[in-house]
Design a protein around this ligand. Sequence first.
Ligand code: GUE
Ligand code: MG
Length: 288
Amino acid sequence: MTARLLDGKALAEKIQDRLKVEIAELQPDRGRAPGLAVLMVGDNPASAAYVRNKERACERLGMVSFGQHLPATATQAELTAIIHQLNADPNVDGILVQLPLPEGLDGNALLLEIDPDKDADGLHPANLGRLVRGEPCLRSCTPAGVMEILRDGGIDPAGKKAVVVGRSILVGKPIALMLLEANATVTIAHSRTPDLAAVCREADILVAAVGRPLMIGPDYIKPGATVIDVGINRITDQTGKGKLVGDVDFDRLLDVAGAITPVPGGVGPMTVTMLLANTVESYRRRLA
Ligand SMILES: Nc1nc(=O)c2c([nH]1)NC[C@@H]1CN(c3ccc(C(=O)N[C@@H](CCC(=O)O)C(=O)O)cc3)C=[N+]21
Ligand SMILES: [Mg+2]
């Protein structure tokens, strides 16, 4: 038996098409399009590519992107002032600071300056706190994307055993909270978990968010389990060519898993889509 493919890229396109229609419907009443401000500092090539993707997606959906590209020499005070300006700008619905920041800048401190109601990344402590409390909030994008993939795949976490490998504040912790909210029994495992493979083999839903290429092999999987790969690792293959792989050894899991996300084309495209969805949600609320 071959695992069912959970196609995040196709789902992302479907959701983006819906957002485009929604924006076109809302805009005449509101007199302006939703606006997303992406603050990028320095010239990390991977970040530049991600930011370009986000800006292109904005345009495609009929949103306005307010790109703010600053040199790596920008100061914390300058960046803080820009965020305050964007907070006050009535045309801006979403603000995000592209991570990682160059050496010497404090991303966490900047995050605290973003108006929580414009926090398109859902990473402000106010939004994470609302998530813990089970209140409505802007939800961090990768975890929200994972929940959409499960929903679209007809996989209801209720009553299932979910294991999340990785405990970052960006991914592991919020995903665990969202799965819990969806009535899964949730275990958060990590690098210090003894016999990690055995813990993972208990999972009906396994979420891998460790950042170690191809770490999760068949010995980590209960036959028929759903496997969600959050890893995005750039490796060099035997021929010296660069290649994008997840934390999951996809090829070797195809015969074991019941359903699985690929990399690329799985969780990654959903992360960007949830960023756009959060911005539209913020636009909707702001003008309600
Ligand atoms: N403030 C902030 N928010 C973020 O959400 C954020 C960030 N900073 N910094 C960097 C990471 C990384 N990230 C990805 C988003 C989409 C893909 C994605 O779409 N990946 C494609 C492949 C893209 C490729 O080929 O490189 C895929 O998986 O199919 C990957 C990675 C968001 N991040
Ligand atoms: Mg860890």
